[in-house]
Design a protein around this ligand. Structure first.
Ligand code: GDP
Ligand code: IMO
Ligand code: MG
Length: 434
């Protein structure tokens, strides 16, 4: 009954899509458990290059059931576009099921995301403007519309009438904009319902049936731990929880059913949007990493801010997720770099600390304490075994493992499935002391 959760360990875009696509080969089910179409997971495999936002990265295998779990907020229009694009490219989407408990993103959510961002002025979060925050707000406020509501149009109209009444007061009186039409939104969502009906169902039953048959199940995370609502750099965070605790809540699998929790880390750090990134490089080196790695957002195309690997954030992330192992991606980006830096502590008010502060103002005052390591002047993209990696790259990966406090299961040296090296087998490696 192996269940493996794949979690973004930094600020998102660590390569979760690639990792899930690679591991899904041996699995029977992949479940997305958090976020919405703010996520952008790039998958490069023999079928082509794909950018997924909502559909789990297991969709390319004909034998893998893909589930959009209850923890995801679904924009039906985005999902329909994604389904149509995949179908057009010859990918069968017949094994996708959307939890009837998943909440929907509504037109007022995207509008409010935009208004709220604008009102934050210079303190804007830099959201993806996909309506994610307002949709999760409504879920918590018990005002959400769920995928299951699409199956009963009479009750859908009734709920829309109630909720849009409240939203219109907000839109017209606070944001001084035009009210939304209940009838128009009803018509729009009725047509989404007609298209999505075959995909909506009770995923809890399916998940547990698969679990009881002893099949491998992957839980696909979205975003990254440092964007977590509780543990991320609040308020510069996303509005759901990308961490392992939510893999359980967002899928309907109890915590004691999850056997392995694997953190996906990049060999360095990136962040899209605002908020602290303690190791950010504003110089030529930051530019070099961005251009070498083509660090531009999958969802919004924004340039990603780049910096050295942050060992303080890495250890914090490993601890709150309980990582049994890690996957380090993008090692190849450093091919040809003379030397590399790794942040091993922060200096704050004259003292060295290794805890990750909760306070934004403290974080902004933290200066990274770096250790310098020699780089390697060798192409690693063709390496397939640990021994194929230059000694300097092995040392670098070992140092990251040491800072995280958990073993490295895989190292990635390119975006394709095969560009992956097994370092310590997932089920044999000892978890380590976090
Ligand atoms: P996700 O959101 O965590 O799925 O990550 P993204 O897809 O947004 O960004 C990760 C990018 O890195 C994608 O373009 C991947 O194709 C790419 N990628 C993943 N692993 C590697 C790797 O080991 N080397 C290189 N060069 N690219 C990688
Ligand atoms: P994947 O799954 C990187 C960031 C946004 C913004 C903040 C809040 O591809 O790793 P939101 O729209 O969620 O309210 O924006 O979170 N963000 C991401 N950054 N990768 C992601 O997803 C992200 N999803 C949200 O840029 O700073
Ligand atoms: Mg991404």
């Amino acid at each position: 009954m192996p269940v493996i959760a794949i979690i973004g360990a930094q600020w998102g875009d660590e390569g979760k899509g690639k990792v899930v696509d690679m591991l899904a080969e041996k699995s029977a089910m992949v479940i997305r458990f958090a976020g919405g179409d703010n996520a952008g997971h790039t998958v490069i495999n023999p079928k082509g290059t794909f950018k997924l936002h909502l559909i789990p990265s297991g969709i390319f295998y004909p034998n893998v059931n893909c589930i959009i779990g209850n923890g995801v907020v679904v924009n039906p229009e985005s999902l329909i576009n994604e389904l149509e694009n995949l179908e057009k490219r010859g990918i069968d989407t017949g094994r996708l099921i959307i939890s009837d408990r998943a909440h929907l993103i509504m037109p007022y959510h995207t509008l409010l995301d935009e208004f709220e961002e604008r009102s934050r002025g210079r303190k804007a979060i830099g959201t993806t403007l996909r309506g994610i925050g307002p949709a999760f707000t409504d879920k918590v406020a018990r005002m959400g519309i769920r995928a299951g509501d699409l199956l009963d149009k009479r009750s859908l109209r009734h709920r829309l009438k109630k909720v849009i009444g409240i939203k219109n007061t907000l839109l017209t009186r606070i944001h001084e904009t035009e009210p939304l039409s209940v009838e128009e939104i009803y018509r729009q969502y009725s047509s989404y319902a007609d298209k999505l009906k075959p995909y909506i169902g009770d995923t809890v039953e399916m998940v547990h049936d698969s679990l009881n048959s002893g099949e491998l199940i992957l839980l696909e995370g979205a975003q990254g731990t440092m964007l977590d609502l509780d543990f991320g750099t609040y308020p510069f965070a996303t509005s759901s929880s990308p961490i392992s605790g939510n893999a359980s809540i967002g899928s309907g699998l109890a915590p004691n059913r999850i056997d392995r929790i694997i953190g996906v880390y990049k060999a360095y750090c990136t962040r899209v949007g605002s908020g602290p990134l303690p190791t950010e490089l504003h110089d030529e080196m930051g530019h070099r990493i961005r251009e070498q790695a083509q660090e531009y957002g999958t969802t919004t195309g924004r340039p990603r801010r780049c910096g050295w690997f942050d060992g303080v954030a890495a250890r914090f992330s490993a601890r709150i997720n309980g990582f049994t192992g890690a996957i380090v991606t993008r090692i190849d980006v450093f091919d040809g770099f003379e030397s590399l830096k790794v942040c091993v502590a922060y200096r704050l008010g004259g003292k060295e600390i290794t805890r990750f502060p909760a306070s934004i103002s403290e974080l902004e005052r933290c200066e990274p304490v770096y250790e310098e390591m020699p780089g390697w002047n060798q192409d690693t993209t063709g390496a397939r075994n640990w021994e194929d990696l230059p000694l300097e790259a092995q040392n670098y990966i070992n140092r990251l493992s040491n800072l995280m406090g958990c073993p490295v299961n895989f190292a990635c040296i390119g975006p394709e499935r095969a560009q992956t090296i097994e370092v310590n087998p997932v089920f044999k490696a000892k978890p380590g002391q976090l």
